[in-house]
Write a protein that binds this ligand. Sequence first.
Ligand SMILES: Nc1ncnc2c1ncn2[C@@H]1O[C@H](COP(=O)(O)OP(=O)(O)OP(=O)(O)O)[C@@H](O)[C@H]1O
Ligand SMILES: [Mg+2]
Length: 253
Amino acid sequence: MTTPILEIRNLHARIEDREILKGVNLVIPAGEVHAVMGRNGSGKSTLSYVLAGKEDYEITEGEVLIDGEDLLAMEPAERAAAGVFLAFQYPIEIPGVATMTFLKAALNAQRKARGEGELSTPDFMRAVRQAGSDLNIDSEMLKRPLNVGFSGGEKKRAEVLQMALLQPKMCILDETDSGLDIDALQVVSRGVNALRNAGRSMLVITHYQRLLNHIVPDVVHVFSDGRIVESGDKDLALQLEAKGYADFDNAAA
Ligand SMILES: Nc1ncnc2c1ncn2[C@@H]1O[C@H](COP(=O)(O)OP(=O)(O)OP(=O)(O)O)[C@@H](O)[C@H]1O
Ligand SMILES: [Mg+2]
């Protein structure tokens, strides 16, 4: 069997003495898109932060492998270099740094970590303009400081732009669909689908079954009280939409 891109085994994590992740098990083989749905506060964003390496969390048990390597032993920058990318539920504003400059620094930092040379400025500009226009992000927006004053939907599109440029191996999208208008949802879904390939995996956190009509997942997981309590195919999302989470609350107890 080939090594899965992401393998999470019995992951427990706490913050300020409160246990949030209570035994997450999840395997995402290369090329697959897995959706995670679950109640507010069940720990979905916490899982994404723990994978991306945000400080503040204490891992008390379990392990996470990225391509067979120990992810939890890596610094956040090493995780990025290993191909882990998180599109934040609440994208961070970076005042004073033009989006274009930020993207170039992020891309070159990763290339350097992988032992590749810097992209020339013309090559970089071409790549950003192309990826930007696919996402309806114009060059005016690229000159503005990253996310500062961006509308909610613009921030989400900027996250997908970063993802398109960095070409991560493991894409984690935390509610990238929330706050998008109908057209933007199509644009973002198209952008995400364009990145689907046999060597790349995705973890898509969403509250809305609707998104999964656009980004059709291989597997849907139900997250409840800090762990995955049910997994199924895309019809599981339809079932959730119809019946809510009540059926799964006992499973978590
Ligand atoms: N610093 C903190 N101190 C205490 N509790 C925290 C802290 N950060 C997060 N939590 C709690 O962890 C729980 C899980 O939060 P998380 O953001 O992971 O939920 P979520 O599943 O992403 O929810 P949503 O669907 O609303 O985005 C929540 O109850 C939250 O209040
Ligand atoms: Mg969340």
